[in-house]
Every structure is written in C-alpha cells, then in structure tokens.
Write a protein that binds this ligand. Structure first.
Ligand code: NDP
Length: 602
C-alpha cells in the first residue's frame, strides 16, 4: 500500500480482495432461498397485528358528500408536504384522507422503544423553517417527529378538512373531476387528487411452520404492545423483567429496539439471518447557539449539501458530517468530475469495489472493537457490499451483545428461523424456549396501494390505471402524472430519482405539484395531463438512464433491495440522480416543458 494513501488502491489494497469476494459469495449462497419473496406472509390480528388503530378510540360519523379543491390520499410526510405546497399554491379546500387517527404516517404507526430517525433531523424533518422549529437532537426520536408532523398540519391548516380513520376505496374520474370514495361511504368530489399512501405500511412475517402454534405473546414492531411490555418509546420495559424474549430480524428497526430489549428482558434471544452494518451514531442535543445562528434558507442548503455527499458528489464543506456523509465521501471518491473522470467503466468498478471493501472492513473492525466475545463478534459481522442492505447506525446495538443475558442465534444456514412450536423457536434442531416473540421482520416493500390494485383508479372513459400499465409497463411523465388520468399526481418512488433522505425527495415532488397546479390555475387550464408522447419519452429516458445494477444486485446478499436474491430486472430510476432530476424538474417548470401537461389536452 502506498504510504501516501491510507486507503490503498485496487493494485495495492493491503488486504486480500479475492478472499473477500469468495466470503461474500459464500455468505450470500447460504442465505438464498428458492421461495424468495414468497417466504413471507402478511401480519394478521392473531400475531398481535391490529388492522385497527391502537392509538385512538374509533369514532363513528355520518358519510360526507361534498366538493373540495384537492384530495390528498395519505397523511404521512408526503401527504403533508403535498397539502402544504398546494396551500401555498392558493388552494383553499384541501382534504387529506388518512387511515390513522392523526398525521404522521410511518411515524404514527411505529412507536417501538428506541425509535429514532437515522437521518439527521435538521435535514429529515421537512418544513422546519416554515413551522419555525429546530429539532432538539441531531437524530430525533419518533415522538418528536410525530409532533412535528402534527405541527405541519396546524401551520398549513390541514386539520380543518382532514378525514382520519378513513381509507380510500376508489378514485374515479367523472364528468371533469375526481370522485373519491371511502370505507365510510364518503363521496368527495375534487379537482385534484394526490396519491401519497406510502410503501412501507404493510408489515410482513416469516411464513414459518408452526407460527400459529405459539402459545406465548407475539407482536410486530410496528404495533408495539406496551400493555404487555410496559414502558414507552423511551424504554423502561418493566413487564419483560422475568420474560424470555425473542426478536426475529436484525434490520434498521431491530437495531434500535434490541438495546432496550437487552436491557429490560429477563433474557433476550436475537434471531439473526443477515447482520446489518452498524456504523457510528454520535447523537447529541442541538446546540442552542448554533440554532440561533441559522440564516433563512438554511434547511434547503443543508439538505442539498447532504444529498450531494450521499450521492457521491462533493462540496467544500460537509455540513451534516456524520457516518452517512463519511461513507458518501469515501465511496464518492470516483465521481465523474474528479481526477478519475477519464476511467473506463471496468476500472471505475474496480476502484468502487476497492473503496467498498475499505468501508466494510472498517465496519467489521468496529464489531471486533466493541464486542468482547470473539465468536459473537464473528456472527455480527456483515459480509456483503455496503449498498446491499440499508446501512444502520447505533452506539448501543453491538454493545448489547456484551450482556450475559443476551444471545445472538445465527439462522443463516437454515434460511431463517426454522420452526415455531407452542413455546419455542427452533433453529438447527435446537429449541429456544421463549415467552414472547417480537417480529422485527419489516414490511412488504415497494408496492403502493395503487400498484397492488388495493386502490383502484379509473380515469377517462373508466380506464383502470393499473390495467393500462399491465400492458406496456408503467407510463408517467416524471413519475407524477399519466395520460388519461388528468389532475392526478403520484408522490413517492415511481419513475424518478430516489435518495436516502426520503422527505427531501417528497418535498421536491410536492413543490413540483404545487407549482404545476399554480400555473394551471393562473392560465385557466382545467386539466393537467401529459400527452401520451411525453410519457412515452419519459419511460424511454428512465429505461435508458437506469443504473445497470444487474451484476451488483445478483451478487448481493438477499433482501428486499434485490428481490430477496432474485432481482426483477433493472431498478427503474433516473440514472443521473436526485440533484439532476430536481434540476430537470425546475427547468421544465420554468421553461416550455410545462406545456407538455398544460397544452392541447385541455
Ligand atoms: P427489514 O426488512 O429491514 O428487516 C427485516 C429483518 O427480518 C431482516 O433482518 C431479515 O433478515 C429478518 N428476517 C426476515 N425473515 C426472517 C426469518 N425467517 N428468520 C430470521 N430473520 C428473518 O425491516 P425493518 O423494519 O428493520 O426496516 C424496514 C425499513 O424501514 C428499513 O429498510 C428502512 O428503510 C426503514 N427504517 C428506517 C428507519 C429510520 O430511522 N429512517 C428506522 C427503521 C426502519 P434478512 O436481512 O436476512 O432478510
């Protein structure tokens, strides 16, 4: 290794890359299951998953029939941002329709102990300047985030027309406007509809033989049963003091939950299939002097700066300066603008792989440094490339395994937990008797209710949106709107550019919708609708620019990022990335592009 470069180079790495490649392959192969995504079942009531809302008393009300300017489906940050930006666009009657008892979305439903956002709060919590709030911690706890969602609702007067505890059943274009029908028999007519009902809201469970036979207590992390465990999101789970508790799963949720269960349970068994990479957290309270020094526009600048670093670009100062941006700085050493711009793709890939090894070696060394028992440390090490799984961050998770009353059980050779009996979890023929099973097994990912058909959308001439996409694939302009479905906008991950700071992406989308609607109103245009040619062109742009992650995905350890080891084709996203995508939208709005949706169709 060159003395000048502590990171080494692909030619002088300072470690054995082929041994690492071989280890990654081995670890992936022992996790691959032929049933891939079919290994899961939906969480149902018998496993402690309430379809109903455990946080409110159900209300009954008469069905409503009325007319509003816009219906927004979903009251998480996406829906709130859409509501706020449409309010700024001058709309008066905005009705957010939300299944939960209040605003917050994922932060409404998930209240498990230890819940925090793992993205810095100053860039994650949207509309901070508009609401006049600076979070109290660098990484905010879930309750503070939920309270902020409610504050957005108040600031933009979104409570006045909101429907809570209400699910949308159907959206239908009728005589120049939308009719939105709900499970409370409401019939709301609206000029505009924004669909923002999330993709991570259907909890899943492993479909393990015997799961119905377990006679102890069970629940999913997204419906934490404090009645059983005692305590609250800050911990203090006193009800578990004499209990043998199992947690199944070691993803981003488990990383936050395990330190509390480890501290409070009589004994904790952590059933692990794939260890997460666990980087430094470094949470700290907000410095009041710093908060007082913030200048108008600070949040947008900070968000852009964060996005630049995590997408491999560089700016002079790293404002967030945390483990996310440190990884971004490292892995972004080969962005096209720097000295390596001349490299051919294979050489590029060699450097990228090298830097990935460096990062993962660092994370594996952290396990050795923290976990005292070498055999346990070995089990907790992640053997895959950095982007195969969502990275996690904690200064307590790995430390929990130094407790004598915490045991990690490796299930990788058995495809996960093998069997559940009346009183135990079975792995490799060994029965682990437990009183309670906490499923930290995640969510059915990537499928919005529109895409699964749970929310039917009928456009012009009764055309069903999902059916029309079944032939010829998804067709939108910029991921927002489709020909035949005027004034209907999608928010989320559809033919656009993702980023780890999802609320940033949602806000750019909400701003876009708000500005398009404002322009339509200024020009007296009744229908915002792309031409078929415009959406075809965008589909082609997406297809041509989508990053080719084929080999990368196939070589990754299985998980929901790669279809559980069976990638379903390329990830259809805008290849140049979120910053370029947002720039494209801004230029499109301020130039002639916008005529593609405000033009002849009207
Ligand atoms: P994940 O899907 O990430 O994790 C599920 C876990 O369950 C995995 O470790 C999985 O193992 C394990 N598992 C599944 N089936 C079995 C089985 N049969 N036996 C043993 N283990 C099993 O869900 P999470 O709830 O942790 O996270 C979901 C997403 O929510 C995250 O990716 C992130 O996007 C978001 N999140 C964000 C947070 C934030 O702070 N911003 C915090 C928490 C979550 P394997 O990996 O082997 O499949």
């Amino acid at each position: 290794m060159s003395a000048l470069d502590p990171l080494g180079t692909p030619d002088e790495p300072g470690f054995d890359p082929e041994a690492l490649r071989e280890r990654y392959r081995r670890e992936r192969d022992r996790r691959i299951r032929p049933d891939a995504g079919e290994q899961y079942r939906r969480a149902e009531a018998e496993f402690g998953y309430y379809a109903e809302d455990p946080y409110v008393t159900p209300v009954s009300r008469e069905p409503v029939r009325d007319q509003v300017d816009a219906v927004v489906i979903g009251g998480g940050f996406g829906g709130l941002l859409a509501g706020a930006r449409l309010r700024q666009a001058g709309l008066e009657r905005i009705r957010i329709i939300e299944k939960g008892g209040d605003f917050g979305g994922t932060w409404y439903w998930n209240r498990y102990p230890g819940i925090h956002c793992d993205i810095e709060s100053y860039v994650y919590l949207p509309l901070l300047e508009e609401v006049g709030y600076v979070p109290r911690w660098k990484y905010a706890p879930g309750e503070e985030i939920r309270q902020h969602a409610m504050a957005i609702g108040r600031t933009f007067d979104l409570y006045a027309d909101a429907f809570f505890q209400t699910g949308v059943r159907e959206v239908r274009w009728d005589d120049g406007e939308w009719v939105v029908r709900t499970d409370r028999d409401d019939e709301v007519r609206a000029t505009y509809v924004v669909v923002s009902n999330g993709t991570l809201d259907h909890p899943k469970l492993p479909d393990v033989p015997g799961i119905e036979d377990f006679a102890g207590h069970t629940f999913h992390t997204s419906r934490w049963d404090y009645g059983y465990t005692g305590g609250d999101a800050n911990g203090g789970l006193t009800g578990l003091a004499d209990k043998r508790v199992a947690v199944i799963g070691t993803g981003a949720t488990a990383i936050q939950v395990v330190p509390h269960l480890g501290r409070d349970a009589g004994h904790l068994y952590v059933f692990q299939r794939t260890p997460s990479s666990v980087d430094v957290r470094g949470n700290r309270p907000t410095d009041p002097e710093w908060a007082a020094s913030l200048e108008p526009g600070w949040q947008a600048r900070r968000r852009e700066n964060f996005q630049a670093f995590v997408t491999g670009h560089r700016e002079e100062v790293d404002l967030v300066d945390d483990a996310w941006t440190a990884s971004g700085r490292l892995l972004g050493k080969i962005v096209p603008t720097d000295a390596n711009a001349h490299l051919e793709p294979p050489e590029w890939e060699r450097i990228e792989e090298h830097l990935d090894f460096v990062k993962m070696n660092e994370l594996r060394a952290r396990v050795d440094a923290v976990v005292q028992d070498p055999a346990t440390a070995e089990l907790l090490k992640p053997w895959y490339r950095y982007g195969c799984k969502r990275p996690t961050f904690s200064d307590e998770y790995l430390q929990t395994f130094n407790r004598p009353d915490v045991t990690v059980v490796d299930t990788a050779d058995h495809g996960g937990v093998e069997r559940i009996t009346e009183n135990a979890i079975v792995v490799g023929g060994v029965e682990y008797e437990v009183d309670c099973i906490v499923f930290a097994t995640g969510f059915a990912v990537g499928m919005s209710d529109v895409m699964t058909g749970r929310l039917p959308v009928h456009g012009r001439d009764g055309k069903n949106l999902l059916h029309s996409w079944a032939t010829g694939g998804v067709r939108t302009l910029h991921g927002f709107c489709s020909n035949g479905f005027p004034n209907l906008f999608h928010l989320g991950s559809l033919q656009n550019a993702p980023s780890v700071n999802f609320t940033h992406v949602l806000d750019e989308q909400a701003v876009h919708i708000g500005e398009v609607v404002a322009q339509a109103r200024r020009r007296g245009v009744k229908c915002v609708e792309p031409t078929a040619a415009a959406e075809r062109a965008w589909a082609e742009t997406i297809l041509a620019s989508s990053p080719d992650r084929g080999r990368y995905d196939v070589e990754c350890t299985p998980g929901y990022y790669n279809g559980e080891g069976k990638p379903r084709g390329p990830r259809l996203t805008y290849g140049p990335g979120p910053a370029a995508f947002h720039r494209l939208l801004r230029e499109w709005r301020s130039g002639d592009g916008i005529n593609e949706v405000l033009g002849d169709a009207n």
